[in-house]
Ligand binder design. Structure first.
Ligand SMILES: [Zn+2]
Length: 381
């Protein structure tokens, strides 16, 4: 979901990173805090206004990180892997490895974030009160962080998936109906409605109060929420359309094999252009050595095709992400996405059984989705 980001640290195996869009929001928040502190505390120096604003901003993002870490630590405690936490323009996102297998687990992971934010709000409120008039800077910083953390806790509890409150709703619906798919659909529908509500509310805010910055901000969050909710429904339909299918069911068994010593010129002339295939297995003395694709051939300048052999261009066997024949298709899709590859060999005891290409997998998926849609049509004549 989140692309380019700068990695900051690794906490208990979780990569913590910052997306480029975060720098924009950090700048905006620091700037707005500077203006705010300047009007509330006119006797401070400009340097003080900036310093307190920057410290407050940094602690705000530390608060968001703690919110995401709270989700992540509960997930880890339940045996669910967490790959990364990324801070971005709308806050933070933790990439939880898989869906929880019980409603209670889902509930516990979801509620941990808002609880962390609420505790932070209480903590900063105490800091602000203890600092009082003697430590004005700390009091100002703590006061703002207490209210923003309280807002975070409350906003995240709004029952629209994929907000935390939406996940809580899904856990409850899942518990009541016993169906994960149904619970996801209802919670996501609620997320879409809330998303639209925020878009309308944001535009309304802009029109009525003239505060277009807050209005547009709200509208953007709504748009983001609507998209995320829609995507989660799509992902679930993909998962259910492919459920039950394993690698063996859809792999291609007739993979053309070429020798590693074949020149690239020959590969192109004799194999690629004559068959239209884009992917070849490379073997040497009957042993699988790797995989070569049209893409890899094109990466080598054409004038070198006569002097280069297939073995130089291929992905060697140890860098291929092979799967077992009984691997579920959803897992194959995940492997392709995670390693950004278009072909996955299916092997058993080091022996090649077949290949799954992304193209083919997507065709199988679209056929299944179409048939699924027919199955769902009630009382069709
Ligand atoms: Zn959360």
């Amino acid at each position: 979901m989140i692309g380019q980001s700068v990695r900051l640290a690794t906490i208990r195996g979780i990569q913590v990173g910052v997306h480029y869009s975060w720098f924009l929001i950090f700048f905006l928040i620091t700037f707005s805090l500077t203006t705010r502190f300047a009007s509330e505390h006119p006797h401070w120096t400009t340097v003080e206004h900036y310093a307190v604003a920057i410290a407050t901003s940094l602690l705000f993002f530390a608060s968001i990180l703690l919110h995401e870490l709270a989700h992540s630590f509960v997930a880890l405690a339940k045996g669910i892997p967490v790959r990364a936490i990324t801070l971005f323009v709308f806050g933070g996102v933790a990439q939880i490895g898989r869906e929880p297998d019980r409603p209670l687990t889902e509930f516990q992971i979801a509620i941990a974030g808002p609880i962390a934010s609420a505790l932070l709000a209480v903590g900063f409120w105490f800091v602000s009160h203890l600092a009082g008039d003697q430590f004005e800077h700390v009091a100002a910083l703590g006061g703002w962080l207490a209210s923003i953390n309280l807002m975070l806790a409350v906003f995240n509890l709004v029952p629209g998936f994929p907000l935390d409150g939406g996940r809580v709703l899904r856990a409850v619906l899942w518990h009541v109906t016993g169906s994960f798919a149904k619970a996801t659909r209802i919670a996501a529908r609620s997320g879409q409605i809330i998303g639209y509500g925020l878009i309308v509310g944001g535009i309304w805010t802009g029109l009525v109060t003239g505060n277009w910055f807050s209005g547009l901000w709200l509208a953007f969050i709504g748009w983001f929420l609507r998209n995320a909710a829609q995507e989660s429904v799509l992902q679930m339909s993909v998962r259910s359309a492919l459920s039950g299918l394993v690698a063996e069911d859809i792999m291609a068994r007739d993979c053309p094999t070429v020798s590693g010593q074949l020149s690239l010129a020959e590969l192109v002339q004799e194999h690629i252009l004559k068959t239209g295939r884009r992917c070849f297995l490379v073997s040497q003395n009957g042993r699988l050595e790797g995989l070569v694709t049209l893409h890899q051939v094109k990466a080598i300048p054409q004038e070198r095709w006569n002097d280069s052999v297939v073995a130089e261009a291929m992905t060697p066997i140890d860098r291929l992400h092979a799967v077992a024949p009984e691997t579920p298709i959803t897992e194959v899709l995940r492997v392709m996405e995670q390693h950004d590859v278009n072909q996955v060999p299916v092997t058993q005891d080091g022996r090649l059984l077949g290949m799954i290409t992304r193209d083919h997998l997507l065709r199988v998926l679209s056929a299944n989705l179409e048939m699924g849609a027919h199955k769902a049509t009630p009382s069709a004549p």
